[in-house]
Design a binder for this molecule. Structure first.
Ligand code: NAD
Ligand code: MG
Length: 397
């Protein structure tokens, strides 16, 4: 049976890898819809190649430009715009699988719509789960959606988990999740030199080629913190069962430790096409285009405990995970604003944690009782973070 696919964020790093896997298996996957924010040219090329029924540009002006090109080329693709368009293609009845690969909170509503509509949700957009974990998981439960992790660590954990893990890890003999982290580009740089780090240096990840926001998150290790929260929801557990393990080679993508002393690991080259192909084909296996792992070239696997002094963002995220409710919503919003400001060179790399911490101290964190509450907390945290960025930026200049 051909599976019909929507890719939210098709012009990004995960989107491109997903299309690369789909391109290798035209007999298995039909692309129904593609979405992007503003990258008209890249979207137009994708439309010419994959002939989707619908293309969505989040940005209205970009949608008009795309529409003109599509008409000139005489393609049949229908162009939609705005969040409404994203939600439409995420929940469209002609779609089986939704790759959720928009970056940040912008992915929340469409990803939630896919969960509500009972799709197989291939979840790359970790921020949506961080923001609204309980509500998101409730929607998955009540609609019968299938949630498959794309984040390489969570995909690895999923592959190492026993059947029935949703009922609680203690019931299936799982002691701990060992969540691996490369440590990013600044794992061993003297901390005194971090203050001068540029966006280009922060985005140059030693092992993975990713979008700019997640690359900065990897450099601060906020990414690993968000992943702790993500793992709590995906695997129905608490942060004290999750151990972050620095593993600079990024060959082991995470591990599951069992009561009997067994530790299961998933290994592979650091290439997102492996977890993407796994989730697209599950429970089957298909070719992804990734080179086989050469153990003799790898030679050595190293492990270190995380350094919370060097990576204060990791500590802040684990504290938010333990606090629960809307604490992760506040953390995520403040982080998005702080990372954006760093990428725009308004604040320094080492200011990111300070902005987040001050927002966490000042914004009220009510129970995460409804999506309206979550969106209100998200908005309030962004305003507070913008204020903090302006104050910090004044000191910098
Ligand atoms: P990216 O920046 O390369 O791509 C983001 C995509 O989202 C683009 O298609 C862009 O057009 C779209 N987009 C951006 N802002 C939007 C908005 N406001 N509205 C609608 N669409 C918007 O990002 P990426 O690296 O592909 O990451 C995507 C998601 O996957 C993130 O949540 C990230 O944490 C997660 N993830 C990425 C990787 C990776 O290797 N890149 C690994 C694990 C998880
Ligand atoms: Mg990851």
């Amino acid at each position: 049976m051909v599976k019909r696919l929507t890719i939210l964020g098709s012009t990004g790093s995960i989107g491109l890898s997903t299309l690369d896997v789909a391109r290798r298996h035209p007999d298995r996957y039909h692309v129904v819809a593609l979405t992007a924010n503003m990258q008209v040219e890249r979207m137009f090329n994708q439309c010419k190649e994959f002939l989707p029924d619908i293309a969505v540009m989040r940005d209205e002006v970009a949608a008009e430009k795309l529409s003109t090109l599509i008409t000139q080329e005489r393609l049949k693709t229908r162009v939609l715009s705005g969040e409404g368009g994203l939600v439409e293609v995420a929940s469209n009845e002609n779609v089986d699988f939704v790759m959720a690969a928009i970056v940040g909170a912008a992915g929340l509503q469409p990803t939630l719509a896919a969960a509500r509509a009972g799709k197989r949700v291939l979840l790359a957009n970790k921020e949506s789960l961080v923001m609204s974990g309980k509500l998101f998981m409730d929607e998955v439960q009540s609609s019968g959606a299938e949630l498959l992790p794309i984040d390489s660590e969570h995909n690895a954990i999923f592959q190492c988990m026993p059947a029935g893990f949703h009922a609680g890890l203690e019931n299936v003999g799982v002691e701990k999740i060992l969540l691996t982290a490369s440590g990013g580009p600044f794992r061993s740089r003297p901390t005194s030199e971090l203050v001068d780090v540029t966006p280009e240096q922060a985005c140059a990840h030693p092992n993975w080629d990713m979008g700019r926001k997640i690359s900065v998150d990897s450099a601060t290790m906020m990414n690993k913190g968000l992943e702790v929260i993500e793992a709590c929801w995906l695997f129905n557990t608490l942060p004290d069962r999750i151990q972050v393990v620095l593993h600079p080679q990024s060959v082991i993508h995470s591990m599951v430790q069992y009561t009997d002393g067994s530790v299961l690991a998933q290994l592979g080259n650091p290439d997102m096409r492996t977890p993407i192909a796994h989730a697209m084909a599950w429970p089957d296996r298909i070719k992804s285009g990734v080179e086989p792992l050469d153990m003799f070239a790898v030679k050595q696997l190293d492990f270190e405990p995380p350094d919370f002094e060097r990576f204060p963002c990791l500590r802040l995220a684990i504290e938010a995970a333990a606090a629960g409710e809307t604490a992760p919503t506040v953390l995520n919003a403040a982080n998005e604003i702080a990372v954006g400001a760093f990428l725009e060179r308004r604040i320094r790399f080492t200011d990111i944690a300070g902005v987040i911490s001050s927002v966490m101290d000042s914004v009220p964190m009510p129970p995460a009782s409804s999506i309206e509450t979550i969106l209100a907390v998200d908005a309030e945290s962004r305003t507070a973070a913008e204020r903090m960025v302006s104050l910090t930026a004044k000191k910098v200049s």
